[in-house]
Design a protein around this ligand. Structure first.
Ligand SMILES: [Zn+2]
Length: 193
């Protein structure tokens, strides 16, 4: 798809050919460009500013049976094939976060629960984002903005296990996440407060 974009700093026009969807099994190199965000950015040749492209986008991994849909518009959730996890995201940052969570073999519902309890423990109204996990013996790392900087926060993997337990005791949460769902803190707050 041809995307036209205007540089946020100098106003220069730019047209780029950007795939509207990436199939991770067919194009692993494009998956990497989704993961590092470079598929969604362009550098202005006039002033060097890095600009974010705004576009509807579908990420599809048939091996993992995962679909991530980036869009502003409402989505017809019936289109999801059987056995798939479908997630609906509003920003490139949210798309990359989901991809990192699923690449680590983690459950994004549990991660949202981890963010919820961690923010409560911090006693701050912060917007946490998953960065990485060192696996079951290690830690998870989250980021959050504070005073214009990105802070890193390490959380023990036991928090993940505790949160998985909370969700196991509240099966209505997982039931509500079936189909193509937008899973974030606002969604989770319908069940826990
Ligand atoms: Zn520019």
């Amino acid at each position: 798809m041809q995307i036209s974009s205007t540089c946020s700093r100098c106003g220069a026009q730019h047209t780029a050919e950007v795939p509207q969807s990436v199939n991770a099994a067919v194009s692993p190199e494009l998956k990497e460009r989704v993961r590092n965000g470079s598929l969604f950015t362009w550098n202005c040749p006039h002033c060097g500013t890095s600009n974010l492209l705004k576009l509807p986008f579908l990420y599809h991994d048939p091996t993992e049976k995962l679909m991530l849909v980036l869009t502003d518009a409402p989505v017809n959730a019936d289109a999801l094939p059987d056995g798939y996890t479908g997630r609906f995201v509003r920003s490139v940052g949210d798309l990359i976060e989901k991809l990192k969570i699923f690449d680590c073999g983690l459950d994004d519902l549990v991660i949202e629960m981890c963010k919820f309890v961690t923010a409560q423990e911090l006693g701050k109204d912060v917007s946490l984002k998953f960065l990485k996990s060192d696996g079951a013996d290690g830690e998870m790392t989250f980021t959050y903005p504070e005073k214009g900087q990105m802070e890193l926060l390490a959380v023990g993997f036991n928090v993940y296990e505790d949160c998985a337990g909370i969700l196991a005791r509240n099966p209505q949460v997982r039931d509500a996440a079936k189909g193509l769902a937008e899973i974030d803190q606002a969604w989770l707050s319908r069940f826990f407060r």
